[in-house]
Design a protein around this ligand. Structure first.
Ligand code: ATP
Length: 396
């Protein structure tokens, strides 16, 4: 079932009539969620993820805009008539009921043509329980289950009515790290097996990236970017998205572009030297301490006009190279097995440390004061310093 959100907007009115402090929780969200896909709605706290989900399931009424399931306009439909299954963060199971009774509960209220016999209900409950692999725990009470098992019961209860759309609101938040990993794989499997269009809300980028077919990144009620996880990671449309996706996070620097060349340093530190002279400084770079080297050209960025920028460099975008133009003070090297994490400092960095992830075979002198890298151009993103929107350059 495809789900279409059309100019969906939710404004919460001000509680205080004298002060105009209405909240635009979701602002003009338009998107067609393809049939049978798992969509991750992702963003920091307060960005409007849950409000979007609640409008889709009918618990919140949009201020404007429309919602379609297939060709049906469900904008005005009550939640129980939409055919959605909803799973919350805090499972919300009935403590006095067994697992079987909890799963069957949504079926008890079916009326008219949809009404089921007791046997049909039990059979449907077992089907759903089998799907989430808890069919052997049907006679237990929720208090006799682990957190992960309780969450599976909640998912089975959402699936038992065979929903047209499955909505999951931070379903893994209450689980410990190991169970989170396991349960997110389970959710992906269940979604694949059932083919139910699923919308998954999370603030955890790793979680969203690992299981979603498409991710929607939101900020302050506004959709920033929609795409396949890898595409969004490789091609962030603005600084917010670049910073939000990736562990360890992207390294961000102040810089400027001049004559198609990218320099890492503040504009006011720019040396009054010609391009040729800058290249000479670059070649002698290893002989000078990093703080003495404003204006080092780190990359050619043809196509970007002269301006102040932010420069994002993914940790995997650094290649150890004694002649590299990116030079930083070395703090320490963390061994991670296959890779090593080179922790360093750079004057133009916005964060106290810069982290480069490089192959463990790389020859880096752990006792050296500085470390030099060349940069992989496709791992370097340039953003307008004012708008924070991406500025594209030709990668040669
Ligand atoms: P979280 O991850 O913390 O749950 P979220 O991204 O799901 O955050 P929402 O819960 O959708 O964010 O909230 C979006 C904005 O709307 C926030 O600024 C929030 O304070 C506001 N908001 C949500 N519900 C209401 C409400 N009932 N009345 C007024 N403002 C609300």
């Amino acid at each position: 079932m495809k789900v279409v959100l059309q100019n969906l907007t939710k404004i919460f009115p001000s509680r205080n009539k004298k002060v105009d402090e209405e909240v635009v929780a979701v602002n003009d969200f338009t998107f067609e969620i393809p049939d049978g896909k798992l969509i991750g709605l992702l963003g920091p706290s307060g960005c409007g993820k849950s409000t979007t989900l609640y409008m889709i399931c009918g618990l919140q009424k949009p201020t404007s805009g429309q919602i379609f399931f297939g060709d049906d306009d469900v904008t005005e439909l009550a939640p129980e008539n939409r055919g959605v299954g909803l799973v919350f963060q805090n499972y919300a199971l009935y403590p006095h009921m067994t697992v079987k009774q909890n799963i069957m509960f949504p079926l008890e209220n079916l009326r008219g043509e949809d009404k089921l016999t007791k046997e049909e209900m039990i059979s449907r409950a077992y089907e759903a329980a089998k799907l989430v692999q808890i069919d052997e725990l049907m006679d237990r009470k929720p208090s006799e289950l682990s957190g992960g098992q309780q969450q599976r019961v909640a998912i089975a209860r959402a699936l038992v009515k065979m929903p047209r759309v499955l909505l999951l609101d931070e379903p893994l938040s209450n689980l410990d790290a190991r169970l989170r990993l396991q349960t997110r794989e389970e959710i992906k499997r269940i979604q694949r097996e059932t083919g139910i269009t699923t919308i998954f809300v999370t603030h955890d980028q790793e979680e969203a990236m690992s299981i979603s077919d498409l991710i929607v990144v939101m900020k302050l009620g506004v959709v920033q970017q929609i795409g396949k996880p890898q595409e969004v990671y490789d091609n962030p449309t603005n600084l917010f998205v670049a910073k939000f996706l990736g562990t360890p996070p992207i390294n961000v620097f102040k810089g400027y572009v001049e004559n198609g060349k990218l320099y890492l340093s503040k504009a006011e530190e720019k040396p009054a030297i010609e391009d040729d002279a800058a290249e000479i400084v670059t070649e002698n770079a290893n002989a000078i301490a990093p703080s003495m080297k404003p204006g080092l050209c780190v990359l050619d960025v043809p196509g970007i006009p002269d301006k102040e920028v932010y420069v994002g460099i993914r940790p995997e975008g650094f290649v150890p190279n004694p002649n590299g133009k990116f030079i930083a003070s070395l703090s320490n090297i963390e061994v991670m097995g296959r890779d090593v994490s080179v922790v360093c400092k750079h004057d133009a960095a916005l964060s106290p440390i810069v982290r480069a992830i490089v192959d463990s075979d790389s020859q880096i002198d752990a006792d050296a004061q500085t470390v030099a890298f060349s940069l992989k151009p496709h791992k370097v993103f340039v953003f307008d310093a004012e708008t924070e929107e991406r500025l594209y350059f030709e990668v040669k």
